[in-house]
Ligand binder design. Structure first.
Ligand code: ZN
Length: 287
Protein backbone atom coordinates (compact mmCIF):
# COMPACT_ATOMS: atom_id res chain seq x y z
CA UNK A 1 0.00 0.00 0.00
CA UNK A 2 2.89 2.38 0.78
CA UNK A 3 5.97 2.73 -1.37
CA UNK A 4 7.69 3.93 1.74
CA UNK A 5 8.45 2.06 4.97
CA UNK A 6 8.50 5.06 7.28
CA UNK A 7 5.01 6.10 6.20
CA UNK A 8 3.85 2.51 6.44
CA UNK A 9 5.00 2.54 10.05
CA UNK A 10 2.99 5.66 10.76
CA UNK A 11 -0.02 3.87 9.29
CA UNK A 12 0.62 0.85 11.52
CA UNK A 13 0.75 3.17 14.54
CA UNK A 14 -2.60 4.57 13.47
CA UNK A 15 -4.07 1.06 13.37
CA UNK A 16 -2.74 0.50 16.91
CA UNK A 17 -4.23 3.81 18.02
CA UNK A 18 -0.80 5.23 18.74
CA UNK A 19 -0.42 8.09 16.28
CA UNK A 20 1.86 10.92 17.39
CA UNK A 21 0.30 14.37 17.25
CA UNK A 22 3.12 15.84 15.18
CA UNK A 23 5.78 14.46 12.87
CA UNK A 24 8.88 16.18 11.59
CA UNK A 25 9.97 14.62 8.31
CA UNK A 26 13.25 15.41 6.60
CA UNK A 27 13.40 14.37 2.96
CA UNK A 28 15.52 14.86 -0.15
CA UNK A 29 12.42 15.03 -2.34
CA UNK A 30 9.56 17.15 -1.06
CA UNK A 31 7.23 16.74 -4.09
CA UNK A 32 7.47 12.95 -3.87
CA UNK A 33 6.93 12.98 -0.14
CA UNK A 34 3.85 15.23 -0.51
CA UNK A 35 2.39 12.67 -2.84
CA UNK A 36 3.09 9.78 -0.45
CA UNK A 37 1.79 11.82 2.45
CA UNK A 38 -1.52 12.36 0.66
CA UNK A 39 -1.88 8.58 0.39
CA UNK A 40 -1.18 8.23 4.09
CA UNK A 41 -3.78 10.86 4.94
CA UNK A 42 -6.29 9.08 2.72
CA UNK A 43 -5.50 5.78 4.42
CA UNK A 44 -5.99 7.27 7.87
CA UNK A 45 -9.22 9.05 7.03
CA UNK A 46 -10.87 7.00 4.28
CA UNK A 47 -14.20 5.61 5.51
CA UNK A 48 -13.98 2.66 3.13
CA UNK A 49 -11.36 0.00 3.74
CA UNK A 50 -8.57 1.98 2.12
CA UNK A 51 -7.00 0.72 -1.04
CA UNK A 52 -4.37 2.57 -2.99
CA UNK A 53 -6.03 5.03 -5.36
CA UNK A 54 -9.38 4.50 -3.64
CA UNK A 55 -10.70 7.63 -5.37
CA UNK A 56 -14.25 6.36 -5.45
CA UNK A 57 -15.10 7.75 -2.06
CA UNK A 58 -15.95 11.39 -1.55
CA UNK A 59 -13.15 11.95 0.94
CA UNK A 60 -10.37 10.52 -1.24
CA UNK A 61 -11.67 12.63 -4.11
CA UNK A 62 -11.49 15.78 -2.04
CA UNK A 63 -7.93 14.99 -0.91
CA UNK A 64 -6.86 14.38 -4.51
CA UNK A 65 -8.26 17.75 -5.53
CA UNK A 66 -6.68 19.54 -2.54
CA UNK A 67 -10.21 20.43 -1.55
CA UNK A 68 -10.68 18.80 1.85
CA UNK A 69 -11.31 21.55 4.44
CA UNK A 70 -9.81 19.49 7.27
CA UNK A 71 -6.50 19.14 5.42
CA UNK A 72 -4.60 22.41 5.53
CA UNK A 73 -1.32 22.87 3.78
CA UNK A 74 0.87 25.80 4.72
CA UNK A 75 3.85 26.85 2.64
CA UNK A 76 6.08 29.93 2.75
CA UNK A 77 4.59 33.16 1.42
CA UNK A 78 7.63 34.80 -0.09
CA UNK A 79 10.64 34.00 2.07
CA UNK A 80 8.89 32.87 5.24
CA UNK A 81 5.80 31.34 6.79
CA UNK A 82 3.86 34.22 8.33
CA UNK A 83 2.17 34.37 11.72
CA UNK A 84 -1.15 35.20 10.02
CA UNK A 85 -1.04 31.86 8.16
CA UNK A 86 -0.79 30.04 11.51
CA UNK A 87 -3.60 32.15 13.01
CA UNK A 88 -5.86 31.11 10.11
CA UNK A 89 -4.98 27.46 10.73
CA UNK A 90 -5.92 27.80 14.41
CA UNK A 91 -9.34 29.21 13.51
CA UNK A 92 -9.94 26.53 10.89
CA UNK A 93 -9.16 23.77 13.39
CA UNK A 94 -11.39 25.05 16.19
CA UNK A 95 -14.19 22.94 14.74
CA UNK A 96 -14.19 19.18 14.39
CA UNK A 97 -13.88 17.88 10.82
CA UNK A 98 -17.06 16.92 8.97
CA UNK A 99 -15.85 14.35 6.43
CA UNK A 100 -12.62 13.05 7.92
CA UNK A 101 -11.55 11.57 11.26
CA UNK A 102 -8.73 14.05 11.73
CA UNK A 103 -7.89 17.67 11.19
CA UNK A 104 -4.51 17.51 9.48
CA UNK A 105 -2.02 20.25 8.79
CA UNK A 106 1.12 20.07 6.70
CA UNK A 107 3.82 22.70 7.10
CA UNK A 108 5.89 22.58 3.94
CA UNK A 109 9.45 23.93 4.23
CA UNK A 110 9.03 24.14 7.98
CA UNK A 111 12.50 25.67 8.29
CA UNK A 112 10.84 28.83 6.97
CA UNK A 113 8.81 29.32 10.16
CA UNK A 114 10.11 32.58 11.59
CA UNK A 115 10.23 33.48 15.30
CA UNK A 116 6.64 34.71 15.57
CA UNK A 117 5.02 32.08 13.36
CA UNK A 118 6.91 29.32 15.18
CA UNK A 119 5.66 30.71 18.49
CA UNK A 120 2.10 30.71 17.21
CA UNK A 121 2.63 27.15 16.02
CA UNK A 122 3.80 25.95 19.43
CA UNK A 123 0.23 25.82 20.74
CA UNK A 124 -0.52 22.88 18.49
CA UNK A 125 2.58 20.96 19.38
CA UNK A 126 2.71 21.84 23.08
CA UNK A 127 -0.90 21.18 23.98
CA UNK A 128 -1.97 18.63 21.40
CA UNK A 129 -5.70 18.32 20.86
CA UNK A 130 -7.08 14.88 20.07
CA UNK A 131 -8.04 14.62 16.44
CA UNK A 132 -5.34 16.94 15.11
CA UNK A 133 -2.23 15.61 13.33
CA UNK A 134 0.60 17.72 12.01
CA UNK A 135 3.40 17.11 9.55
CA UNK A 136 6.40 19.42 9.42
CA UNK A 137 8.28 18.86 6.17
CA UNK A 138 11.80 20.03 5.51
CA UNK A 139 14.91 19.14 3.57
CA UNK A 140 17.12 20.03 6.53
CA UNK A 141 15.89 19.35 10.04
CA UNK A 142 19.05 20.79 11.58
CA UNK A 143 17.73 24.29 10.91
CA UNK A 144 14.25 23.71 12.34
CA UNK A 145 13.50 25.84 15.40
CA UNK A 146 14.41 23.59 18.39
CA UNK A 147 11.17 24.20 20.34
CA UNK A 148 9.23 22.72 17.43
CA UNK A 149 11.73 19.97 16.72
CA UNK A 150 11.78 18.68 20.30
CA UNK A 151 8.01 18.25 20.32
CA UNK A 152 7.72 16.25 17.13
CA UNK A 153 8.42 12.66 16.33
CA UNK A 154 11.27 12.94 13.90
CA UNK A 155 12.03 10.81 10.85
CA UNK A 156 14.03 10.89 7.64
CA UNK A 157 12.66 9.70 4.32
CA UNK A 158 15.20 9.37 1.51
CA UNK A 159 14.15 8.68 -2.04
CA UNK A 160 16.35 7.05 -4.62
CA UNK A 161 16.21 8.90 -7.86
CA UNK A 162 17.53 8.88 -11.38
CA UNK A 163 16.32 12.40 -12.01
CA UNK A 164 19.17 14.91 -12.14
CA UNK A 165 17.34 17.70 -10.26
CA UNK A 166 16.12 15.31 -7.57
CA UNK A 167 19.61 13.93 -7.12
CA UNK A 168 21.02 17.39 -6.53
CA UNK A 169 17.95 18.39 -4.52
CA UNK A 170 17.54 21.66 -6.43
CA UNK A 171 14.68 23.22 -8.40
CA UNK A 172 14.69 24.07 -12.11
CA UNK A 173 15.11 27.78 -11.23
CA UNK A 174 18.10 27.02 -9.05
CA UNK A 175 19.60 24.92 -11.83
CA UNK A 176 19.16 27.81 -14.29
CA UNK A 177 20.92 30.11 -11.87
CA UNK A 178 23.83 27.68 -11.50
CA UNK A 179 24.06 27.33 -15.28
CA UNK A 180 24.44 31.11 -15.58
CA UNK A 181 27.26 31.16 -13.03
CA UNK A 182 28.96 28.21 -14.77
CA UNK A 183 28.78 29.93 -18.15
CA UNK A 184 30.51 33.03 -16.82
CA UNK A 185 33.03 30.82 -15.02
CA UNK A 186 33.91 28.89 -18.18
CA UNK A 187 34.40 32.15 -20.08
CA UNK A 188 36.76 33.40 -17.37
CA UNK A 189 38.81 30.21 -17.39
CA UNK A 190 39.08 30.21 -21.19
CA UNK A 191 40.17 33.83 -21.40
CA UNK A 192 42.72 33.23 -18.64
CA UNK A 193 40.99 35.58 -16.23
CA UNK A 194 42.54 33.70 -13.35
CA UNK A 195 41.78 36.44 -10.85
CA UNK A 196 38.19 36.84 -11.93
CA UNK A 197 37.30 33.20 -12.08
CA UNK A 198 37.30 32.68 -8.31
CA UNK A 199 35.40 35.85 -7.55
CA UNK A 200 32.75 35.06 -10.14
CA UNK A 201 31.91 31.99 -8.05
CA UNK A 202 32.63 32.99 -4.48
CA UNK A 203 30.70 36.27 -4.67
CA UNK A 204 27.56 34.44 -5.80
CA UNK A 205 27.72 31.07 -4.06
CA UNK A 206 29.99 31.35 -1.01
CA UNK A 207 28.76 28.14 0.67
CA UNK A 208 30.84 24.98 0.26
CA UNK A 209 27.67 22.97 -0.31
CA UNK A 210 26.67 25.28 -3.20
CA UNK A 211 30.09 25.04 -4.78
CA UNK A 212 29.82 21.28 -4.54
CA UNK A 213 26.46 21.42 -6.33
CA UNK A 214 27.91 23.69 -9.01
CA UNK A 215 30.77 21.29 -9.74
CA UNK A 216 28.42 18.32 -9.78
CA UNK A 217 26.52 20.19 -12.49
CA UNK A 218 29.77 20.87 -14.37
CA UNK A 219 30.50 17.14 -14.18
CA UNK A 220 27.04 16.42 -15.58
CA UNK A 221 27.57 18.92 -18.44
CA UNK A 222 30.75 17.17 -19.56
CA UNK A 223 29.20 13.76 -19.02
CA UNK A 224 26.20 14.64 -21.20
CA UNK A 225 28.56 16.07 -23.83
CA UNK A 226 30.47 12.76 -23.70
CA UNK A 227 27.21 10.85 -24.32
CA UNK A 228 26.56 13.11 -27.29
CA UNK A 229 30.02 12.38 -28.71
CA UNK A 230 29.34 8.67 -28.27
CA UNK A 231 26.10 8.97 -30.23
CA UNK A 232 24.05 8.08 -27.13
CA UNK A 233 20.90 9.85 -25.87
CA UNK A 234 21.88 12.93 -23.86
CA UNK A 235 20.36 15.90 -22.03
CA UNK A 236 20.32 18.64 -24.66
CA UNK A 237 19.12 21.37 -22.32
CA UNK A 238 22.17 20.99 -20.12
CA UNK A 239 24.85 21.48 -22.78
CA UNK A 240 23.22 23.68 -25.43
CA UNK A 241 24.59 26.94 -23.98
CA UNK A 242 28.22 25.90 -23.89
CA UNK A 243 30.63 26.02 -26.72
CA UNK A 244 32.22 22.63 -26.06
CA UNK A 245 34.86 21.42 -28.51
CA UNK A 246 36.72 18.69 -26.63
CA UNK A 247 37.28 15.26 -28.15
CA UNK A 248 36.53 12.08 -26.21
CA UNK A 249 39.97 11.79 -24.58
CA UNK A 250 39.89 15.42 -23.51
CA UNK A 251 36.43 15.02 -22.01
CA UNK A 252 37.58 12.00 -20.01
CA UNK A 253 40.56 13.97 -18.67
CA UNK A 254 38.26 16.82 -17.66
CA UNK A 255 35.81 14.46 -15.98
CA UNK A 256 38.76 13.13 -13.96
CA UNK A 257 39.80 16.65 -12.94
CA UNK A 258 36.25 17.44 -11.81
CA UNK A 259 36.00 14.20 -9.85
CA UNK A 260 39.31 14.95 -8.11
CA UNK A 261 38.10 18.47 -7.31
CA UNK A 262 34.90 17.13 -5.72
CA UNK A 263 36.92 14.65 -3.66
CA UNK A 264 39.25 17.35 -2.37
CA UNK A 265 36.29 19.58 -1.63
CA UNK A 266 34.92 16.90 0.69
CA UNK A 267 38.31 16.74 2.47
CA UNK A 268 37.95 20.36 3.60
CA UNK A 269 40.91 21.61 1.54
CA UNK A 270 41.10 25.43 1.22
CA UNK A 271 38.60 26.41 -1.42
CA UNK A 272 40.57 29.19 -3.12
CA UNK A 273 43.56 26.88 -3.58
CA UNK A 274 41.30 24.22 -5.03
CA UNK A 275 39.72 26.65 -7.48
CA UNK A 276 43.16 27.84 -8.63
CA UNK A 277 44.35 24.30 -9.16
CA UNK A 278 41.16 23.39 -10.99
CA UNK A 279 41.37 26.32 -13.42
CA UNK A 280 45.03 25.62 -14.24
CA UNK A 281 44.43 21.90 -14.82
CA UNK A 282 41.38 22.54 -16.98
CA UNK A 283 43.31 25.05 -19.09
CA UNK A 284 46.05 22.47 -19.71
CA UNK A 285 43.56 20.39 -21.62
CA UNK A 286 42.55 21.68 -25.03
CA UNK A 287 39.03 22.21 -26.15
ZN1 ZN B 1 -11.46 6.54 0.02
Amino acid sequence: MFSNNALKEIYEKYREGRLAHAYLIETNNIPKLMNDLKNLIKAINCPEEYQEKCNHCNLCNLIDKDNLPSLVMIEPEGTSIKKSQIEELKIAFETKPIYSKYNTYIIKNAEKLNGSSANAMLKFVEEPTDGIIGFFITNNKDIIIPTIKSRCQSLVITYESDNFLDKLNITQDELNNYLKIIKEYFTNIKSNQLLNHKNSILSKIPERKEIETMFKIIFEIYYQYFLKQMGKPYNKELIENYDLKENKEEIISKLNIITKFLQNLSYNVNIELLLDKFAIEMRCIHG
